[in-house]
Design a protein around this ligand. Structure first.
Ligand code: COA
Length: 169
């Protein structure tokens, strides 16, 4: 039988920068959704290292191999308003730890109160990546550590050129 319904989800985040953990969630999400829209928050609540354009460019580069099933976009409004604008009813979120669960629980209920049609689908972050966060990676890179096992190659290169070289005294 021909499938007529398209299943789409929005995967929101600041992606400052994208990590292998985020990438893995999208990869696994594509086994359940036809299309995933990666919605990059302008991130005014965070002092981002990368500008919005830089973050979007890195997302475009890293998700190029996934073709049209991954759409890269940005948003600067309430997440539920963005979903309404896109006519998408599902938010995809990764959960790394019990700590994430509490935050996600609150966000999901708040979003559902704002729009009862919107559902959040959670995926557990793979063990390999559950200790990662963008801030941790930026700190390691800033102190000269190797982040090659934590971020895609393009992100590792961008971090290297963005962060000032530490001069040993
Ligand atoms: N692997 C590795 N790291 C991960 C990860 C994964 N699978 N999932 C999340 N992280 C990291 C992120 O890199 C981020 O690290 P950082 O805090 O060091 O930068 C951290 O976990 C938190 O990620 P997340 O919860 O996705 O925060 P965010 O800032 O990237 O995104 C928004 C939060 C944008 C989704 C949220 O603020 C939002 O919806 N904003 C829109 C305004 C709105 O609607 N507000 C009301 C919400 S009820």
């Amino acid at each position: 039988m021909r499938k007529t319904v398209k299943y789409c989800a929005v995967y929101p985040g600041t992606f400052d920068p994208l990590t292998l953990g985020h990438l893995h969630i999208v990869k696994r999400g594509l086994t359940h959704f036809d299309t995933i829209v990666i919605a990059c928050s302008v991130g005014e609540h965070k002092h981002t290292l990368f500008s919005l354009e830089e973050r979007l460019n890195l997302l475009r580069q890293c998700f190029k191999p996934f073709g049209k099933r991954v759409v890269i976009d940005s948003f600067d409004m309430l997440l539920v308003h963005y979903l309404q604008q896109q006519k998408i009813h599902t938010i995809l979120r990764g959960i790394r730890t019990v700590g994430d669960f509490e935050y996600e629980h609150q966000m999901s209920l708040a979003n559902r109160t704002l729009d009862p049609k919107i559902e959040t689908v959670f995926m557990l972050t793979d063990d390999h990546y559950s200790h990662l966060s963008s801030s941790l990676i930026k700190e390691i890179a800033a102190l000269g550590g190797n982040v090659g096992a934590m971020v895609p190659t393009a992100v590792a290169k961008a971090l290297k050129s963005k962060l000032p070289k530490r001069v040993k005294s």
